[in-house]
Design a protein around this ligand. Structure first.
Ligand code: PLP
Length: 341
């Protein structure tokens, strides 16, 4: 298969339409067979549930080329499970897990020419999503839905090298106690846009959100979970039911324990204790782990010993081990790598 003529190393994180997207419609209480389409446009009612009441959920995962030339995805079964949880919370039909994985496989195969070669650092980002597509004016769930998976090639996250982030403690919340913080819904992002633009205007890379109930504990950033490393090399991550369960974070915690032999713990983490930690990283599909060198809490700077020029030693080991597993250089736990072609 001939690859597209794209300068993979120069790609950013933006939308570039590819040849095919997967589309399936829910109508009269069931999903249709689904098709691969060359049409990048969606045509829906002006009164669609997604447009009026934000009834939409999404996922994000990557397809990439391993060192030995296979095209694979990382743990798409967990994306299917999480999409199911998101759909149930917003009263949407579930797209069955086996069909989800099959649709991922189909759309990646159809767009294989856009899967960046090994070593480029670039990947094919997949965006599965679902929305209420028929007209709703009274507040109630839609009766028709569309599930799609679009793909777009994206560049290496650490273009020009790793640069630790500076993040601030946010005064606004991204989630409510017992709200929707634990599902992957567009609505959680709409209300974070003001705050991320404001953070950037103030010279910060991201916002750290506190628990919305007491505003004393660390939760996550707008789009990434948080890991801390203590001075005695224990890997910690906040426990809260308003955090989005990141697949990368869950994988890193497993890697820390099973591959690196580190102690790991998911527990409530007080804002007041983070100044004692050695390293901090933000984790998600896009970057795997992005080191956070500094957290600013209303003028008070918390500077992690790893500094502002490189990843801390444990963060680096976690990053190298998980990306090694993903790229086929290290043996993967059973079921982590979905081989597509
Ligand atoms: C998607 C997302 C993450 C990262 O999840 P991954 O499965 O690791 O990509 C973290 N936080 C939020 C709020 C998210 O939407």
């Amino acid at each position: 298969m001939e690859k597209k003529n794209i300068n993979w190393g120069e790609l950013g994180f933006g939308y570039m339409p590819t040849d095919y997207r997967f589309i399936s419609n829910w109508k009269d209480g069931k999903w249709d067979d689904g098709v691969l389409s060359t049409d990048p446009n969606v045509v829906i009612s002006e009164c669609a549930g997604v447009l009026q009441y934000a009834q939409t959920v999404f996922e994000g995962l990557k397809a990439y080329t391993t060192e030995d030339g296979r095209i694979v995805c990382f743990r798409p079964d967990l994306n299917a499970d999480r999409l199911e949880a998101s759909c149930k919370r917003l009263q949407m039909p579930v797209f069955p897990k086996d069909r989800f994985i099959e649709a991922v496989r189909e759309v990646v195969k159809a767009n294989a020419a856009y899967v960046p070669p090994f070593g480029s650092g670039a990947t094919l980002y997949l965006r599965p999503y679902m929305f209420g597509s028929d007209a709703v004016i009274g507040v109630k769930p839609a009766t028709e839905y569309q599930f799609r998976i679009l793909c777009t090639p994206v560049g290496p996250y650490f273009k020009g090298g790793v640069k630790p982030l500076t993040v601030r403690i946010s005064d606004l919340d991204r989630a409510a106690p017992k709200g929707t913080g634990n599902i992957k819904a567009g609505l959680n992002y709409a209300m974070s846009l003001y705050n991320i633009v404001d953070a950037h205007n103030c010279g910060f890379d991201e916002n750290i959100y506190l628990d919305p109930g007491t505003r004393t504990k660390i939760e996550e950033t707008g789009g990434a979970n948080i890991l801390f490393v203590t001075k005695d090399n224990k890997v910690l991550t906040p426990k809260s039911d308003s955090i989005l369960p990141s697949i990368t974070r869950r994988s890193l915690m497993y890697v820390a324990k099973e591959y690196l032999g580190l102690e790991v713990e998911e527990r409530e983490i007080e804002l007041a204790e983070i100044a004692d930690f050695a390293e901090c990283g933000l984790c998600g599909t896009a970057a795997v782990i992005s080191p956070d060198g500094k957290i600013v809490d209303h003028g008070k700077e918390i500077c992690f010993p790893a500094g502002m020029t490189e990843m801390g030693p444990v963060t680096k080991k976690l990053y190298d081990t998980l990306t090694g597993i993903q790229m086929g250089k290290l043996p993967a736990p059973e079921g982590w790598i979905e081989e597509i072609m």
